[in-house]
Design a protein around this ligand. Structure first.
Ligand code: OTU
Length: 653
């Protein structure tokens, strides 16, 4: 299917007709702004919707319902959110500024409840955080719920975390602190006890059509031949036999029923969920499992063209009803499939504002295990600059495993690079190779299968192991590794995001497996509760002697915290570190070295190798004078010796 061209509302008959409806039904205050937004984006929304649903008898009433809900939500949008909309329309690249620092956490693990998060704002501000992603907090099914990714009600909060009004209160508190809330919008599936699923179970044909339900295994078996598996060990297969219902499509866990996006009512219901959350102050939507929304027999049912059409429609919808809002693609797919989530070649910038750079994330870990900076250099070279007004989200860890499949091209030696062995890397991080310092675990991997790796940064870089063994000599390089990796995350193009606990090198939650509820789900290894005792001690300067090389965990925490804060503070005053400033990878013969120029005045230099390396010159930057930004601005003179795992941020003197 070819992508629809951009239409203008004036040449789109249906857009003109609906404009007239908007003009009569909107109240005075919002009328002019909304009509201008409709003129700019209405045709895109309608063209996308039409491309998806024109042949469907349900489309006309679904669209009418959508329009009514849009009007209702526009009318209900609070003045401070409207002000935010207006300011972001004036500065659409606001989230690409150098002072955007991200943070991601589970509400309960971080602060107990939504209101508890508000009481921890000081900590976030101390880190310079401007973007806070709270993992799913909407009401999820009881019992197993995939860390909240099995949503039972998009208009209710998980009772243990608070209630729906707490979202409003929290976002007000966050906005006052300059922090934007990012929330998950789980689009691909609902919990099996969502009201729609319950109605489907009861046999209601309208709601059965919200899901992919088959009377027998014939079509599921045909589909399976081309489908992958997300959780091959704990949830093999993509369909679940539900007694009295049929064979239900469940890409993830059996209790997560995939929604049928070829049904226009599903589109409208999810669009309404988005608008209501936006009106509660959510500013960024993490579109969970985006690649899976559209199914097509004979394909992997990932990244189908219709997924991109849905995203274009959602983008246009936001631009009309809540233009201060951003969309973030959670598409953990190889790099060449990822960039279309910003919009395809002839419609760049028409889809998501942000996308997780998962290839870079996994590549950083591969580079560390292989002691090869060139792995990261090649990934950066191959990463196109996102279109104007869009950016990468850069990160080192998140609540999920490190999925190695995103490196399938790179590990096979794409574009003449030296291949690397993902199996070795996966075993390395599980502590299963002779040279390993890591205490991670393999995830969903059986036999020769290479799936993912679990573990906190602290465990994967060797801090946990050195502390457990009380080995001060092993601790120092482990801390260098952590600084090295975060030093890259904070310096390359993107919105850099910390994973909760990394700011104090929080270790694995080794009790997770012992907890019966989570025994089956290895990802809980890296979802520990926040250690506020240590945070408070650091904040109160009770840990002064941070240069002390003692092996006590609080001292490590204080050193890592100070190192990350220094990077963040430096980033804030370095305009060349904007997410959209140009990137140039420097050529070095030694594969251990990574050099990256950002903008006109910044160079990142690191050594992934185990040996010191001497750098005689910075390619293409002859004659420039440099200061070492992370080391008190000392002058740098070439030749420069890079110690193993050295990290330097050079600024023009
Ligand atoms: C996401 O991840 C969430 O991040 C997970 O925590 C959920 O379990 C899952 O969706 C289901 O809601 O496969 O290993 O390409 O890779 O959506 C994590 C995207 C996952 C998928 C991704 C998914």
């Amino acid at each position: 299917m070819s992508p629809p061209n951009r239409h203008t509302t004036s040449t789109h008959p249906q857009a003109c007709a609906l404009r007239a409806q908007l003009a009569t039904r909107l109240s005075g205050e919002t009328r002019e702004d909304t009509l201008a937004r409709w003129d700019a984006h209405g045709a895109t929304l309608l063209t996308a919707f039409g491309t998806l649903y024109d042949d469907d008898a349900r489309a006309t009433s679904a669209l009418q319902h959508l329009l009514s809900q849009m009007i209702g939500n526009i009318d209900a949008r609070r003045p401070e959110l409207r002000a935010l909309d207006a300011s972001r329309e004036r500065d659409p690249a606001w989230f690409l500024a150098a002072d955007m620092i991200g943070y991601t956490a589970y509400v309960d693990r971080f602060a107990g409840t939504l209101l508890g998060v508000g009481r921890r704002v000081d900590h976030l501000q101390g880190l310079g955080v401007r973007y806070l992603h709270l993992l799913p907090f909407l009401r999820a099914r009881e019992g197993d719920n995939d860390g909240g990714f099995a949503v039972s009600d998009y208009d209710a909060v998980q009772p243990a975390l608070g209630d729906i009004e707490d979202i409003d209160a929290l976002t007000v508190r966050l906005r006052r602190a300059g922090i934007s809330l990012c929330a998950d919008l789980v689009l691909n599936h609902t919990a099996d006890d969502h009201a729609w699923a319950r109605a489907a179970r009861a046999g209601d044909p309208h709601h059965r059509a919200y899901y992919h339900i088959f009377p027998d295994r014939e079509l599921p078996d045909r589909h399976e031949r081309a489908l992958g598996q997300v959780f091959p060990v704990t949830a093999p297969g993509n369909f679940t036999e539900v007694p009295g219902v049929g064979s239900v499509w469940t890409t993830f866990y059996p209790y997560q029923w995939d929604l049928n996006w070829s049904n226009p009512d599903v589109f409208v219901k999810m669009a309404c969920a988005l608008m209501r959350l936006a009106n509660r102050g959510v500013e960024i939507f993490r579109l969970d499992a985006t690649p899976y929304l559209w199914k097509r027999l004979g394909t992997s049912c990932m990244n189908q063209p219709e997924v991109h059409t849905i995203l274009r429609a959602f983008r246009a919808l936001c631009a009309i009803v809540a233009p201060g809002t951003l969309l973030k693609a959670e598409a953990i797919v190889p790099a060449h499939e990822l960039t279309p989530y910003f919009g395809d070649a002839d419609d760049q910038g028409a889809e998501c504002h942000l996308a997780y750079h998962s290839t870079l994330m996994a590549g950083l870990w591969a580079a560390l295990a292989e002691q090869r900076g060139d792995i990261v250099g090649r990934i950066l070279r191959a990463s196109p600059a996102p279109p104007q007004g869009a950016g990468w989200l850069t990160y080192l860890r998140c609540h999920d495993d490190i999925g190695w499949h995103v490196l399938s091209d790179e590990s096979a030696g794409a574009a003449g690079s030296t291949p690397f062995d993902l199996m070795r890397i996966s075993r390395f991080y599980a502590g299963d190779t002779a040279d390993s310092y890591a205490r991670g675990r393999r995830f969903q991997s059986v036999g020769d299968g290479i799936h993912g790796t679990n573990g906190m940064t602290s465990a994967l870089v060797g801090i946990d192991d050195a502390l457990a063994r009380g080995d001060a000599q092993a601790l120092e390089p482990a801390e260098h590794r952590m600084r090295l990796l975060y030093g890259i995350v904070f310096a390359v193009a993107g919105l850099p995001t910390l994973y909760m606990g990394d700011e104090i090198a929080l270790g694995n939650d080794e009790s997770a497996g012992a907890d019966g509820r989570h025994a089956e789900e290895g990802r809980w290894l890296h979802r520990p509760p926040m250690d506020w005792t240590t945070v408070d001690r650091i904040a109160d300067h009770h840990i002064d002697d941070i240069e002390n090389t003692d092996t006590a965990r609080p001292l490590v925490a204080a050193r890592i915290h100070a190192a990350l804060r220094r990077m963040i503070a430096t980033r804030l005053r370095t305009p060349s570190l904007r997410a959209d400033a140009p990137t140039r990878v420097l050529d070095f013969d030694d594969p251990a070295i990574l050099g990256v120029q950002r903008g006109g005045e910044f160079v990142l230099l690191c050594n992934f190798g185990a040996q010191p390396v001497t750098i005689d010159a910075l390619p293409g930057l002859d004659g420039a004078q440099w200061r070492d930004l992370l080391h008190n601005g000392e002058d740098i003179t070439l030749p420069l010796q890079l110690a193993p795992c050295a990290l330097h941020w050079l600024g023009r003197a």
